[in-house]
Write a protein that binds this ligand. Structure first.
Ligand SMILES: [Zn+2]
Length: 278
């Protein structure tokens, strides 16, 4: 009887633990280099730089993630978050900033305020904005914020951490994975130019907003993928082929081992076709 009670209790515990594991977000903090850390919340990645005078954080991701990060930073490093830099305005990276409280200064590109007036309402507005470049310094450490042109959005900021030789790029460069689905009406071929601007920077470690970290060579690979894709779609359009034909005929076998190749190549073709049709 006692054994049976224990078995029932164990089963209940197992069910409770499993249910929690399914719901609880997977969150990790790992060191990138020096005082720069990578914060992963399920499939989204942000980074933060620790200085003696406080932390420069990046995308809040969502309110729960922001609160969790703020508590972890206070516990682990004993300093508060002073700045939050937005990579761009999209809700899946930029929402929840309010959770950091009123003492944090938010930085974004000057195109961001107009973008959060629409469907991305609810994203906390930036306090400081800039057009091309901004250097953020805190506690003797520096991050360079650079608008590398239009790509996945028109308010994208790349963040260069010169001492750590790292660059954080969100949603416009990934490592050995195709660009997301149909490219969301993005600026193409301007996108290629913005990857070239990243390649021109002096760094070693590439930290994308989704997926694995890489190196500068991965940025170059991503740009070459785009160029091959654009060339294939453009040539097909010049030959008078329909979008359906292009989706069936175009293959880029040198990228067949990249993530999402089968699922997203037809959607990538759709995105480039739409951009070149304008
Ligand atoms: Zn985005």
């Amino acid at each position: 009887m006692i054994l049976r009670t224990i078995a029932v209790a164990m089963t209940a515990l197992f069910i409770a633990v499993t249910a929690q594991a399914q719901q609880a977000p997977q969150r990790t903090i790992t060191k990138i280099a020096g005082d720069l850390y990578r914060f992963q919340n399920n499939f989204h990645v942000a980074v933060f730089l620790v200085t003696p005078e406080g932390v420069i954080a990046t995308d809040p991701i969502d309110a729960d993630a922001a609160k969790w990060l703020q508590d972890e930073v206070a516990q682990r490093f004993g300093v508060p978050i002073k700045y939050v830099v937005y990579s761009h305005h999209h809700q899946d990276h930029a929402s929840g900033g309010q959770a950091f409280g009123d003492d944090v200064i938010f930085v974004g590109h000057s195109n961001m305020p107009k973008n959060i007036a629409g469907p991305h309402a609810g994203v906390r507005a930036p306090d400081l904005t800039f057009d091309d470049r901004m250097t953020l310094t805190l506690g003797g450490k520096t991050v360079e914020l650079i608008h590398v042109g239009a790509n996945h959005s028109d308010d994208m900021i790349a963040m260069h951490f010169p001492a750590e030789r790292a660059v954080f790029t969100v949603d416009f460069i990934s490592v050995k994975r195709l660009p997301f689905r149909n490219l969301g009406g993005a600026a193409i071929p301007d996108w290629v130019g913005s990857i070239r601007a990243i390649e021109a920077m002096d760094f070693d470690i590439l930290v994308p907003g989704h997926g694995d970290m890489g190196t500068k060579a991965d940025a170059t690979d991503h740009r070459r993928y785009f160029e091959a894709l654009i060339t294939a779609v453009r040539d097909g359009m010049k030959a008078g082929k329909s979008l359906d034909a292009l989706k069936q005929e175009i293959s880029l076998p040198q990228y067949a081992d990249w993530g999402a190749y089968k699922d997203w190549l037809p959607l990538n073709i759709e995105g480039v076709h739409a951009a070149l049709s304008n």
